[in-house]
Design a protein around this ligand. Structure first.
Ligand code: SAM
Length: 237
């Protein structure tokens, strides 16, 4: 964990406490163990987990600096990324983890329970369903996603869940500038405005990465998100 501690500090000015390190270690053990039984994540080695999962999740903090979200929804969280490492980093943040696949949701529930994380809700659902559910629609300060869909599709998943004045954050690879440009119209339609692309470099990872940050400046029209599967089949242009 020493390398992760150093990188978190030098890259992100994050100083992890011994308790946070212990929680990450436990999470890592559970990931490695569950991965032997089911296909949870493609990254299965310890160094990969620490840099490509934990540190990469922590890079979201570049969007927040000293003001992390009060409430965050992580759409398509898979085995809990970036939501669970961020909850370890910001213990008072209210977190909602969403995935459509039962075994991933089961793993996330297991981790939340094993690590004793409070104020975390884990939901098996499609983003399109939650976006039309009165309890979740325009409810969150921030919505985040990593490796879930193209930006124009993702905007339709994320922006309906964010309250006006909040923001959406997409963790993306080198296609981010082109994707952001191609999604400008979709973002506007959904009540968003592109704020910023933040370049992120991970140690030992050649591909340049970006955070795409989108402000929610107006209510999302009621007809979005469209029915389950429609945003991906027929993306907004
Ligand atoms: N965010 C995690 C990460 O970066 O490690 C998982 C990424 S995985 C490639 C994409 C995940 O998004 C899958 O677990 C999939 O089930 C979920 N997903 C895709 N579309 C979704 C949707 N419309 N609603 C909810 N989950 C979705």
């Amino acid at each position: 964990m020493e390398k992760l501690l150093q990188e978190a500090q030098s890259l992100l000015q994050i100083r992890l406490t011994p308790r946070q390190v212990a929680l990450l270690k436990r999470y890592e053990e559970e990931l490695l163990e569950w991965n032997t039984r089911m296909n949870l994540t493609a990254i299965r080695d310890v160094a990969g987990i620490r840099i490509k999962h934990f540190l990469d999740s922590f890079t979201c903090s570049l969007a927040w600096r000293d003001r992390p979200p009060e409430s965050l929804i992580d759409i398509g969280t898979g085995a809990g990324f970036p939501g669970i490492p961020l909850k370890i980093l910001y213990p008072t943040m209210r977190l909602t983890l969403v995935d459509s696949i039962g075994k991933k949701v089961e793993f996330c529930r297991h981790i939340v329970e094993t690590l004793g994380l409070e104020n975390v809700e884990v939901i098996q659902a499609r983003a399109e369903e939650l976006g039309q559910n009165r309890v979740y629609r325009e409810h969150f300060e921030w919505a985040v996603a990593r490796a879930v869909a193209q930006m124009n599709v993702l905007a339709e998943y994320l922006l309906p869940l964010v309250r006006v004045g909040g923001a959406a954050l997409a963790q993306k690879g080198e296609s981010a500038p082109a994707e952001a440009h191609a999604s400008e119209n979709a973002i506007r339609l959904l009540g968003g405005r592109l704020r910023q692309l933040v370049p992120v470099t991970l140690p030992g990872v050649a591909e340049e990465r970006f955070l795409i940050i989108i402000d929610k400046i107006a209510a999302t029209p009621q007809n979005y998100p469209r029915r389950v599967g429609v945003p991906a089949r027929n993306p907004l242009r």
